[in-house]
Design a protein around this ligand. Structure first.
Ligand code: ZN
Length: 99
């Protein structure tokens, strides 16, 4: 696991409250897995960049492969754009110029 992947996982676990983001089942009852909202595919990486695909906001915690699939928003272009906007807004704050 890379440092980025570890950070994603820590963040996803921290905000999940220990339950699956899709069905609400406690993660320990299933097979906990980090799920990409914008799918982790070469096409999506070329389109949106590693910056977006690997961002902590793009990962959610789910209890199973089925719920993992349900988190995918790749085909919902409006949702994808809103998520990208959130990611860019959060990252831009780190570089805000103090006046
Ligand atoms: Zn679930």
């Amino acid at each position: 696991m890379t440092e980025t992947e570890k950070e994603q996982r820590r963040y996803a676990l921290a905000i999940s409250g220990g339950v699956c983001e899709v069905c609400g089942r406690p993660l320990r009852d299933g097979q906990p897995q980090g799920a990409h909202r914008i799918g982790n595919t070469q096409t999506n990486r070329a389109k949106y960049g590693d910056f977006v695909i690997d961002h902590r906001f793009n990962i959610g915690m789910t209890c199973s492969l089925k719920c993992n699939g349900a988190l995918d928003i790749s085909r919902d272009i409006g949702a994808v754009i809103r998520l990208c906007a959130r990611i860019y807004a959060a990252e831009a704050q780190k570089y805000e110029v103090k006046k």
